[in-house]
Design a protein around this ligand. Structure first.
Ligand SMILES: [Zn+2]
Length: 330
């Protein structure tokens, strides 16, 4: 976990290509290549959203903070380096379209939210009419996602209107309250209390789904265990950071088991990934070495197996031994 990062959900793939293309003769722009670049980014986002959804949905009964969700991510042309080019590459008239619908989520099950499908209205609002700066404006997309969440909480459903005038009303299900975002930059996975942000160059994307899920589960664990609040209150001494890292590690196999993954994938993640114990952006020694981390998570597995056998779920809200005093987090 790293604190204080400043990333956003914008799809930055076009940032370089399209920003430089604005100065060129428009006839020279290869819209097919621009679209392919966007789709490549969306493929990674899809993998993140699919895994994030499984983890956040299947653990909802045990999370302190939950939210209604339909598992839909939007995209806003204003967030691109060159909105005109992105709009044309995707064949849109206005600015909003489907980015991803997480596998198994209400939006995916409805069959109405295929990738890049233009959305004209959500909850009666034409989001493209909301003000935005000329380019690289990610705030409007955040506003759109916030509005969806607010609508789902107060109305228990949300209705979308598409560019072909058809409509779709979707009802949410309950998930652990965390957003998953793919960042166009960076190779790190971080958690900030409300979001899990994974860089598009994160090495975990090269792993199998369950090992990638283990990495996402570690970041999600930081949010579910409210580590940011706890560190705010107790200070970011190396010892405190290390304790929160250990606790996040320990929760990984629990989150994985509920999501239908092998809880032992958490240990395999450390053995395969062998993350360094510090240095660079991390405090030296803020994480144990990977062998110790693997052993710590593997020690949780027998308990999880017996709970899964007995109850069909790994209730970490009742059975997980905390390493910090969570009351201090409030
Ligand atoms: Zn961490």
């Amino acid at each position: 976990m790293m604190r204080g990062f400043a990333l956003c959900g914008l799809s930055a793939v076009l940032l370089v290509a399209a920003a430089s293309a604005t100065a060129l003769d428009r006839r020279a722009i290869d819209y097919g290549a621009e679209r392919a670049a966007i789709e490549e980014f969306q493929e990674l986002d899809q993998r993140l959203q699919d895994v994030g959804w499984k983890l956040a949905r299947s653990n909802a009964d045990f999370c302190q903070e939950t939210a209604p969700s339909i598992g839909l991510q939007l995209q806003d042309m204003a967030s691109y380096g060159s909105p005109d080019i992105a709009r044309k590459a995707l064949g849109l008239i206005q600015d909003f379209a489907v980015q991803t619908a997480a596998q198994g989520s209400p939006s995916a099950l409805s069959g109405a939210f295929w990738r890049n499908r233009e959305i004209v209205e959500a909850d009666g609002a034409n989001m493209s009419e909301w003000p935005a700066s000329e380019r690289l404006d990610w705030r409007r997309l955040v506003r759109a996602h916030d509005a969806l969440d607010t609508g789902l909480t107060s109305n228990g459903e949300v209705t979308f209107r598409f560019s072909d005038a058809s409509k779709e009303t979707v009802k949410p299900v309950t998930v652990c309250r965390t957003r998953f975002e793919l960042s166009g930059e960076g190779e790190r996975a971080v958690a900030d209390g409300k979001r899990v942000v994974i860089g598009s160059r994160f090495y975990g994307f090269t792993y199998s789904e369950e090992l990638f899920a283990a990495a996402v589960a570690h970041e999600l664990a930081h949010n579910l265990l409210r580590h940011r609040d706890w560190l705010d209150q107790n200070g970011r001494k190396r010892r405190n950071v290390r304790t929160t890292e250990r606790e996040a590690d320990k929760l990984m196999p629990w989150l994985l088991a509920n999501a239908g993954y092998d809880p032992a994938a958490a240990g395999r993640f450390f053995r395969e990934y062998q993350p360094s114990s510090g240095g660079g952006f991390l405090l030296r020694g803020s994480h144990d070495n990977w062998e110790k981390r693997a052993k710590v998570v593997e020690a949780e597995v027998p308990r999880i197996h017996s709970l899964m056998k007995r109850e069909g779920r790994a209730d970490w809200s009742g059975h997980f031994a905390r390493m910090i005093e969570p009351e201090n987090a409030r």
